[in-house]
Structures are given as structure tokens and as C-alpha cells.
Design a protein around this ligand. Structure first.
Ligand SMILES: Nc1ncnc2c1ncn2[C@@H]1O[C@H](COP(=O)(O)OP(=O)(O)OP(=O)(O)O)[C@@H](O)[C@H]1O
Ligand SMILES: [Mg+2]
Length: 235
């Protein structure tokens, strides 16, 4: 079992009158690809950020590859086993150039130059952004930033990918490239998305959130055809 979430609850402010996530339980098997859908504000990003140990949990349990994000020691290893692409690429890119950004994680974890160069060259070529290698990060377009952020995560080869709206900002061709690349990867994936077509193409299973609760968990095909259910969830 690669990811196990049990009775998870999250509250941003202790004084807030409601929990942002409430009593969420699910597991992901190795290699499984699951889409996380739900209306704006349903809690998708919060769930992914909580799994990465970025937002503290209020109650419940998370184990990811046998590690717990609430344990400081385990968190560093957990962040090597799991990679997250943030909803807003501006939150992810912080080095002056694209190359420095994409190398940052590998350098930080002590990979040798040859491995680094090989992985980076390969991923940038596959994402179609080799020409941007030495560009200043802040001069990249929205879609280019999205692809750069994705590259920085993919070069780490994490066993679990947490992707928050990976297809946003992308033009139709880059979006197809992205879907093809994700489809070719062996990794376990949890993909928060409003792109239901992408969800259907990539994922056999869907988790549907409604107002911070897990409203449905089931096969993508059946769930996406259940218009009454989607409507009830505000989609
Ligand atoms: N830092 C914060 N402090 C307080 N409330 C927050 C904070 N971040 C998010 N929220 C609230 O938590 C709820 C869930 O937000 P979240 O970003 O997880 O939703 P989402 O499903 O990812 O939505 P979207 O589809 O718009 O990306 C929303 O009501 C949001 O306003
Ligand atoms: Mg979100």
C-alpha cells in the first residue's frame, strides 16, 4: 500500500466554525492513478498539501510509503518519495533560471552531475521545453511555468505524484503532450483536476469531494456518467 488516509480532518484556523476536510478515508495501491475532483473550494488542494505535510492535520492518520508526515524525521524522506506540482506554478518556481529550478531538488538530495544532467535533458526534451533551459524563470509564460514546475518534480522520479490541476494554463498541444507523458509513467498518481476529460483518460478511479467530505469513490467511467451525482457535488 503506497498511501493510506484514515479519518483525516483539517482545519485552517482553530477558531473557524467548520473543518476544511472532514473524516476522509481512502487508500492508493502502487501504480494506481486516481483523479480527485470536486467544485471550487471542495478541499482538493488542501488534501494534497496535507499529504505533503505542508498543512498540519487536525485528526486522523496518513501513511505514505510507510512514512508519516507528522513525524519530522520521516517528512524529509516522504518528500523524496512523493512529489507535488502546485496548483499555482508561481508558488513552485523560486530559482532565477529554469535550469537552476529544475536542478534544485536533485542537487539538494546530492545526485551526481552526470545523473542530474541526463535526467534533466531527458525530461525537458519530453516536455518540449529544452529551448527554455537557460531562461529567467520570471519571464516564462503561464504554461511554460507549469511545464517547468512539472519537470522539477519528474526529474526526482518520486514514486507518488501529487498533481494539482496539471493541465491548467496549457494550450491544446501541451495538454496532449502532458497527458501522453503522464500516461507513460509507472508512478502512482493522485491528480486534482477540473479537466474531466483528462481524469477519464488517465485515471481508472475517481475520488469526488464535496464541501470537505469524500462524497464518492469509485470507477471513473461510471462516476463521470452519473450526472445526478456530479450535480449534487456542485459540478
Ligand atoms: N490558508 C487558508 N486559510 C483559510 N482557509 C483556506 C486556506 N486555504 C484554503 N482555504 C479554504 O479551504 C477550502 C478548500 O480550499 P481548496 O483550495 O483546498 O479547494 P480546491 O478544491 O482546491 O478548490 P479549487 O478547485 O478552487 O482549486 C476553501 O473554502 C478555501 O477558501
Ligand atoms: Mg485547488
Amino acid at each position: 500500500m503506497v498511501l493510506h488516509v484514515k479519518n483525516l480532518s483539517v482545519q485552517y484556523l482553530k477558531t473557524a466554525d467548520r473543518l476544511i476536510l472532514q473524516d476522509i478515508s481512502f487508500s492508493l495501491e502502487p501504480g494506481e492513478r486516481v483523479a480527485l475532483i470536486g467544485a471550487n473550494g471542495a478541499g482538493k488542494s488542501t488534501l494534497l498539501l496535507t499529504l505533503m505535510g505542508i498543512i498540519p492535520l487536525q485528526g486522523g492518520d496518513i501513511t505514505l510509503g510507510g512514512m508519516n508526515p507528522t513525524d519530522k524525521e520521516q517528512l524529509r524522506r516522504l518528500r523524496q518519495a512523493a512529489g507535488m506540482v502546485f496548483q499555482n506554478p508561481e508558488d513552485q518556481l523560486f530559482m532565477p533560471t529554469l535550469l537552476e529550478d529544475v536542478s534544485f531538488g536533485l542537487r539538494n538530495y546530492g545526485f551526481d552531475e552526470k545523473t542530474m544532467e541526463g535526467r534533466i535533458t531527458d525530461i525537458l526534451a519530453r516536455l518540449g521545453i529544452s529551448r527554455l533551459t537557460n531562461r529567467l524563470s520570471h519571464t516564462l509564460s503561464g504554461g511554460e511555468k507549469r511545464l517547468a514546475a512539472l519537470a522539477g518534480v519528474l526529474v526526482m522520479e518520486p514514486s507518488l505524484l501529487l498533481l494539482d490541476e496539471p493541465s491548467s494554463f496549457l494550450d491544446p498541444r501541451s495538454r496532449r503532450t502532458l497527458i501522453r507523458i503522464l500516461d507513460s509513467l509507472p508512478q502512482t498518481m493522485l491528480v486534482a483536476t477540473h479537466d474531466l476529460e483528462l481524469a477519464q483518460e488517465l485515471c481508472a478511479r475517481i475520488l469526488l469531494l464535496k464541501e470537505g467530505r469524500l462524497f464518492a469513490d469509485g470507477p471513473a467511467q461510471a462516476l463521470l456518467q452519473d450526472h445526478a451525482l456530479l450535480e449534487q457535488a456542485g459540478l
